[in-house]
Every structure is written in C-alpha cells, then in structure tokens.
Design a protein around this ligand. Structure first.
Ligand SMILES: [Zn+2]
Length: 389
C-alpha cells in the first residue's frame, strides 16, 4: 500500500513538474548587485520624480516580480566569494573555490553547466555580458579551468561549447588567428558593433568594434551614440535563439561590480537602470509567451558594502544628486565622487566584495519554485529540474 501511494505521489510530482516546464529561460546576473544597489537606484529615481514616490522607491522592471527572495553566495572555502566561484555556482549548481571556473574545489573534475546541458537537449543558448567574454561570469557557463586568469584557455572553450550566440565586449588574451580559426574550423560568424547583423541559424560571436576598449562596454553613464548596450544585446539575442524547442539565455551586467569596487554610487545607479532595461526586453517576450517563459534575476555577490545612510550625514539623504554626476569615477576622479556619495547620503564599507546574501526575483512558468530561502547553487538546480535537463 505504502509503495503504491509513493508511486502515485511520484507520478503526480512528475506531472506537476512537466506541466510547469518553461521552454524559454532567462537568467539575468547583476554582477556585484546587492539589495542596496537596487534599492538605492529605486530611491534615487523616486527622489527625482514629482510623483507619489518622491520619498520612497520607484519600480524597476523586475522589482514587482511576484517571487522575491535572497540567495547565499559563499564559496566552498571562503565566506566572501568572487565572480569565478559564484559564477560556477550559478552555472553548475556546485560550490567551488574562489578563482575556479567550472571545476570542483580541488580541480579534480569539470562541473557540467546548465547551458551545456540545455544545449545537449536541443535548446539554443545565448551568453551575453557587458564585459569581456572570457571574464569569470560568462566563462563559468562554457569553460572549465583551474583559474579565471587562464584567459586563452578559457577562450578555447567557446568553439567547443557550440553555443548559438556569445556576445560581449571582446576577448582579452587570444591568439592572433583566434577569430579566423573559430570561423574556419567551427563555423562561427564573428560580428562587431552595435548594428551587427547575423542570420538566425548562424553560430555567432558578437563583440565591439576594433577601436573600442576590449575589456568592457562603456559604462551607461559614459555612453555615446553607437555603443553596444545590454538591452540591445538581449533584444537581438531573443530574435536569434527563439525556436520551437526552447532556449536558455544568461545575460550579465558585469560593470555594476566594477563601479561598486570604485565606490562610485552614481555609476552603479546608471548600470542598474540599464540592467533593468535589459530585463524589460525579456519581460516583453514573457508577455507574448507567458505559459512558456521563466525569468530569474539575481546577482553573483554583493560588492562595496553599499548602504543608504551614513554616519556623517545622520538621517539625511539627497539621492537625486546621483543624477547630477555626468561621468564615471575614472573620468571625473575620486574626489568628486566621494563628495557626491557623501552629499547624497550613501556609504560603502569596502572596495571589495561582501558576504551579504543577494536578492533573487522570478516571474513566469515555474517561478514559484524559487519562493524559499535559497543558496546560489539552488538557482541552476531548480532551473535544470524545471527545464527537464
Ligand atoms: Zn568584483
């Protein structure tokens, strides 16, 4: 009797999962984006409007998602993680040591990623980032190397991945004939610049024009006409990988982290708004395919120990001042930035990462599975189960 009950329960469970299986899955990662990065941006936007929000929190595209929780980010050997260990956790569902890309703590085995599993099951794959494609977060979805610094080795995994679209600022350390070689031997089309064109069935590596800084797209706060942007990348990627068998897309805003390392609050806010605009492209797609789409938005770790309110300002905030800043710290210099932070009422405890758990937002098919306290490793494991990989 007990056995039969268990069997029925198991069958119901399978049916339940099958019924909720999303065909189109988006995983958005704001690198270094803690709750404070999101809430500071919302409060700054509210403070600049004349609406009811003036004191409060204006919405971003994902902040009203029905499922919201937090995820712990620690690595296997250190409470404060890095983008390599955290990226590996978000890609493979396994903890590893800082610096490691797609391998276990002691580098004895490669850890398969959800993107690789989805590709094997016939889904199309897009990996997008505002930084270079060999940087830790995107690399964690296709590469397996002992160190995040083995950039040439990491790049060699791109053609092996067979993924349908990889888009970012460039690749930092590659052999001179790398792009020719992946085109000749692996049928990759290499395209450049914001208005790059590519056909639906082509395998594509999409990077910035040669004259641009190879290590990242420009910060949103410094953007000029014709620069590549994450919202545009997501929009084009959706067109490229949309097909009847489904897709998995990872899109990273990699420079929220960089601005936070520099304690540059205004640049953080502009990066978070850009990230929100990128998620909005996925939400438009979700609205057309609500029964088949899952969107998960999270971060790999917090950077900067950012908060709203600081000791030398008491109860005062003037967050609207952030939008008076005209460029990032590397353009304006740190003196100006520190003054704006102080007058705005935002504080940082660190120029590094912190161990504080990060926010998770989910909407769409299967999103209720995320409605519990999470570890970062749970996120790919839930996605994998929902997608039936
Ligand atoms: Zn970082």
């Amino acid at each position: 009797m007990k056995k039969i009950t268990l069997l029925i329960l198991a069958a119901l469970l399978v049916l339940n999962v099958a019924a909720k299986s999303p065909k189109y899955v988006f995983l958005f990662i704001g690198d270094g984006m803690g709750s404070a990065h999101v809430e500071m941006t919302r409060a700054a936007l509210a403070a600049t409007t004349k609406s009811k929000f003036r004191v409060g929190f204006a919405p971003l595209s994902f902040t009203d998602f029905p499922v919201q929780t937090t995820a712990k980010t620690h690595s296997s050997t250190r409470l404060i993680t890095d983008s390599a260990a955290a990226g590996t956790a978000l890609a493979s569902g396994e903890k590893t040591s800082p610096g490691t890309i797609g391998m276990d703590t002691h580098h004895t085995k490669n850890l398969p990623t959800i993107a690789e599993s989805a590709k094997k099951k016939g889904r199309k794959i897009a990996i997008l980032s505002t930084v270079s494609l060999d940087h830790a977060t995107p690399a964690a979805f296709y590469a397996h190397e002992k160190s995040r610094n083995q950039l040439a080795e990491i790049a060699s995994w791109i053609p092996k991945s067979n993924f349908d679209l990889l888009a970012g600022s460039g690749l930092l350390e590659i052999s001179p004939n790398y792009y020719d070689s992946i085109a000749q031997h692996h049928n990759y089309l290499v395209v450049r610049g914001e208005d790059a064109k590519f056909e639906k069935d082509e395998k594509v590596v999409w990077i910035q024009n040669k004259k641009e800084n190879i290590s990242s797209l420009p910060y949103a706060i410094n953007r000029k006409e014709g620069d590549m942007t994450l919202p545009n990348m997501v929009e084009k990627a959706i067109d490229h990988v949309f097909n009847k068998d489904g897709f998995f897309m990872m899109a990273e805003a990699g420079m929220i982290d960089w601005a936070a390392h520099g304690n540059d609050a205004a640049t953080i806010a502009m990066e978070v708004i850009d990230f929100s605009n990128a998620v909005a492209k996925a939400i438009e797609f979700y609205q057309e395919h609500p029964e088949e789409t899952l969107i998960v938005v999270t971060a790999d770790h917090e950077t900067g120990g950012l908060t709203i309110g600081r000791g030398d300002r008491g109860y005062d905030t003037n967050l609207e001042l952030l939008f008076n800043q005209t460029a990032s710290k590397d353009v304006l210099g740190s003196k100006k930035i520190l003054k704006i932070n102080k007058n705005a009422g935002v504080g940082f405890t660190s120029g590094s990462h912190t161990a504080i758990p990060v926010p998770v937002y989910a909407i769409g098919q299967g999103s209720e599975e995320f409605a519990k306290p999470l570890d970062n490793t749970d996120i790919p494991n839930i996605i994998q189960e929902l997608m039936g990989l």
